[in-house]
Design a protein around this ligand. Structure first.
Ligand SMILES: Cc1cc2nc3c(=O)[nH]c(=O)nc-3n(C[C@H](O)[C@H](O)[C@H](O)COP(=O)(O)OP(=O)(O)OC[C@H]3O[C@@H](n4cnc5c(N)ncnc54)[C@H](O)[C@@H]3O)c2cc1C
Length: 455
């Protein structure tokens, strides 16, 4: 690493339309912080970009000075890949322009946007694309890694709606990746994350959605958790295509702070179809809370935001499982009873419908089998509680070994799961490695769930 001199930084600044932040500058501390409060790194330089040309200039500057390059989209990745100590953070968060064409139903979105930003722009026209279930998450990291969301059963993953991307490559070139231009790169970015370059903008095809859809949750005391999981299993075995139905384990937001098991639903089809699903959920058991009903698509996508405050400490484990056995239910319920933090959320997602109808080799995203994804999101506030929460999370994951299918969702990997990276790219790993060798042989983009170039 050669620390850039003041003159070199001034010269760089003259070719750069965004803002450059060093540790002594106002705004630096705010810009370096990620969603996960456990991550506390200090880049030597933060390049807040406004255009693809800014990104290209930053990549070349980082390479020239041998600075490790981190790319910050929405900064939500639990593993903290969006920042780096003593290196260069390419910060896309000022890039928030979306152009929506209601006639062709296409949106071009700059990659500093969050789902809240993009949903607002597309819903103005009664349109949407599959986005994350928490509105503060960045569109870029989520999309390039796959992208689970409420529209998935009817319309596929976020990545399935991508038509093209404007990519800044490791050598500073700006190219389009689409079915017609650089098709192999286009294949790779749809699931291969940030391994091949920096996406300056993404073009999505949109669907008519809402404005009213069906969503909400019903919550039960944890004593009923086994019945809730069995009901969830029965429902997901027999669901007509449409609802994204999940089970969540969380603590009541009221003063009782009691542990709850909740059915969480989002149905982005017609209100009539949604009402039929809502009815069967509402008729189950004796919920302590029931919010299921019509709501706006934007409200559905903010429904869980309050459970994931910025800056909370977080540590995750996740894995796919093919089915829900009674033995799994026992282990899950017993483990949650021992959970040390009231801020932790565990979600069991049902993956099915349009997302699993795409062949595994059609895009780089390989996990196209029907099943479930268990996501354990441990969260807490006090650094003194780190050890207890990390230990509980790891123990739960170990106890789950017999139920795992063996594959894992790349976007949910934490920083200490490097050995799971091949399982995250699954059957597409070898092809991704060849692509990495072609587009980034020096592994300039390595601060991600990294695919190592060959040779
Ligand atoms: C509260 C919360 C809720 C979530 N909900 C969902 C959900 O509903 N569905 C789901 O699928 N996932 C969900 N996730 C996981 C999410 O997909 C990942 O954390 C994802 O990496 C976030 O993207 P980001 O842009 O915010 O992250 P960042 O931390 O900014 O980036 C993540 C990775 O992507 C790379 N990257 C970011 N932008 C670009 C770019 N423009 N070009 C190239 N590489 C880039 C970064 O270098 C980094 O390696 C959630 C995460 C959190 C914390």
């Amino acid at each position: 690493m050669s620390t850039p001199t003041a003159e070199q930084l001034t010269a760089f600044g003259q070719t750069f339309s965004g803002k450059l932040l060093q540790p002594e500058d106002g705004g630096y501390d705010e810009a370096r912080q990620l969603h996960n409060g456990m991550v506390d790194k200090r880049p030597a330089l933060i390049a807040q970009c406004r255009t693809a040309e800014d990104i290209a200039a930053a990549v070349l500057f980082g390479r020239e000075h041998d600075l490790a390059i981190a790319v910050h989209g929405g900064g939500h990745n639990v593993a903290g890949r969006a920042t780096v100590n003593d290196g260069l953070m390419i910060d896309l968060s000022p890039m928030k322009i979306a152009q929506v064409d209601p006639r062709t139903r296409v949106a071009r979105a700059q990659t500093g946007m969050t789902w809240r930003d993009l949903n607002a722009a597309t819903q103005e026209h009664g349109l949407a694309t599959t986005g994350g279930a928490v509105s503060t998450t960045g569109i870029a990291g989520l999309t390039l890694g796959g992208g689970y969301g409420y529209m998935m059963p009817l319309h596929g993953l976020a990545v399935d709606a991508v038509i093209s991307a404007e990519m800044v490559l490791a050598d500073g070139r700006i190219v389009t990746a689409s079915a017609d231009e650089n098709p192999e790169l286009f294949w790779g970015i749809r699931g291969g994350g940030g391994n091949f370059g920096v996406a300056a903008s993404l073009e999505y095809s949109l669907k008519p959605i809402g404005p009213a859809v069906t969503g909400g949750h019903t919550a039960y005391p944890c004593a009923d958790a086994r019945e809730v999981l069995r009901f969830f299993r029965d429902q997901t075995d027999s669901l007509p295509p449409g609802p994204a139905l999940n089970v969540g384990f969380l603590t009541a937001p009221d003063d009782s702070r009691s542990k709850l098991a909740a059915l969480v639903v989002g149905h982005c089809g017609s209100l009539a179809d949604g009402a039929a699903v809502a009815k069967s959920i509402k008729n189950f058991g004796a919920p302590l809370m029931d919010t299921v009903g019509p709501m706006s698509y934007e409200a559905l996508n903010t429904m869980l935001d309050g459970s994931f405050p910025r800056g909370i400490r977080a540590y995750w484990r996740s894995f796919f499982l093919p089915d829900i056995s009674d033995a799994f239910i026992d282990v899950m319920v017993d483990a949650y009873a021992r959970c040390p933090s009231p801020d932790t959320v565990v979600i069991l997602e049902h993956w099915y419908g349009a997302a699993v109808e795409v062949p595994a080799e059609a895009t780089a995203f390989p996990h196209r089998e029907e099943g479930y994804n268990l996501l354990v999101m441990s969260q807490w506030h006090a650094p003194a509680a780190d050890q207890a929460n990390i230990q509980w999370t790891r123990q739960l994951s170990e106890d789950m070994e017999p139920f795992k299918r063996g594959n894992i969702y790349m976007n949910y990997l934490d920083h200490d799961e490097g050995n799971a990276v091949p399982a995250a790219y699954g059957s597409n790993y070898a092809r991704l490695q060849s692509l990495k060798t072609k587009y980034d042989p020096d592994n300039v983009f390595r601060l991600n769930q990294n695919i190592k170039p060959m040779g």
